[in-house]
Design a protein around this ligand. Structure first.
Ligand SMILES: NC(=O)c1ccc[n+]([C@@H]2O[C@H](COP(=O)([O-])OP(=O)(O)OC[C@H]3O[C@@H](n4cnc5c(N)ncnc54)[C@H](O)[C@@H]3O)[C@@H](O)[C@H]2O)c1
Length: 252
């Protein structure tokens, strides 16, 4: 595979499963030293082992990133382990879909802590450790839910739309340090996290409305994240790249 990330040190949050895990595997295959984060240590170790078995470089960074200290420590640890820090992928999320009357404080707080606040605190720490000469790249995993919404997703859609705002504002502020900040907006892709909300009928309906005629895969999303993290995207910042087979902007 193209070694376009050779020697770059990357931290991927929530990389024990789904999109994060596949991004870790692809970045390692492209030469990056990958710091694999997840709150569940038992998920981190197999990802690190797989990368090493394939000849790549990886470190385990099992931590809860849902606090200022948590994401700060994950970034500092990655910097110590890798000797530098180039790429941050804010991928971790904890998600519940609740109708408006059912939204609970605990649920909303946890979604915000994992999926929103950690992105802000992550920016603060990443800019502190990214090399001022070489800069860096931050990729935030948003969602098509930032662009189009369905019922029972007030909190999720709000957070993901907020992630796009953070992406643009951070790109404006960090451009002078050569730090690029972009987002990806995936449509529904099968992962451990989405299993409970999927069924055959819903998938068939989605496929029928998708111009490219299939569901997305974690591989599709990870390739877009790797592109935005790489020098091929060297003049791209403040963007949200929708990876959805065309479903979001069609079928009006
Ligand atoms: N899968 C989809 O259909 C889809 C679509 C659009 C956007 N997204 C976004 O993509 C990202 C990944 O989604 P996924 O479906 O791969 O998720 P997933 O649930 O399969 O995996 C997420 C991982 O994050 C970890 N995690 C949760 N809280 C954490 C914490 N506090 N600290 C560290 N790790 C934590 C989990 O343990 C899990 O391993 C999320 O931001 C999600 O909102 C997913």
């Amino acid at each position: 595979m193209n070694q376009d990330l050779l020697g770059r040190v990357a931290l991927i949050t929530g990389a024990g499963a789904g999109i994060g895990r596949e991004t870790a595997l692809q970045m390692a295959a492209r030469g990056a030293v990958v710091c694999v984060n997840d709150i569940k240590e038992e998920l981190v170790i197999p990802v690190v082992d797989t990368i090493k078995d394939r000849g790549g470089k990886a470190f385990a960074v099992p931590m809860n990133i849902a606090s200022r200290e948590g994401i700060r420590d994950a970034i500092r640890r990655s910097f110590e382990l890798g000797g530098r820090f180039d790429i941050l992928v804010n991928n971790a999320a904890w998600v519940r879909y609740q109708a408006i009357p059912e939204i609970m404080l605990e649920t909303m707080d946890r979604m915000l802590d994992v999926g929103f606040k950690s992105v802000v605190w992550g920016l603060q720490e990443a800019m502190a450790v990214m090399d001022p000469q070489r800069g860096g790249s931050i990729v935030n995993v948003a969602s098509v839910a930032a662009l189009r919404s369905a019922a029972s997703s007030v909190v999720y859609s709000g957070i993901k739309a907020g992630i796009l705002g953070i992406t643009r504002a951070a790109a404006a502020e960090l451009g002078a340090r050569n730090i690029r900040v972009n987002a990806v907006c995936p449509s529904a892709v099968p992962t451990e996290g989405t299993q409970r909300n999927r069924n055959a009928e819903r998938d068939a309906n989605r496929i029928a409305r998708t111009p490219l005629g299939r569901l997305g895969t974690v591989e599709d999303i990870a390739r877009a994240i790797c592109f935005l993290a790489s020098d091929d995207a060297g003049f791209i910042t403040a963007q949200a790249l929708t990876v959805d087979g065309g479903i979001t902007l069609t079928n009006i």
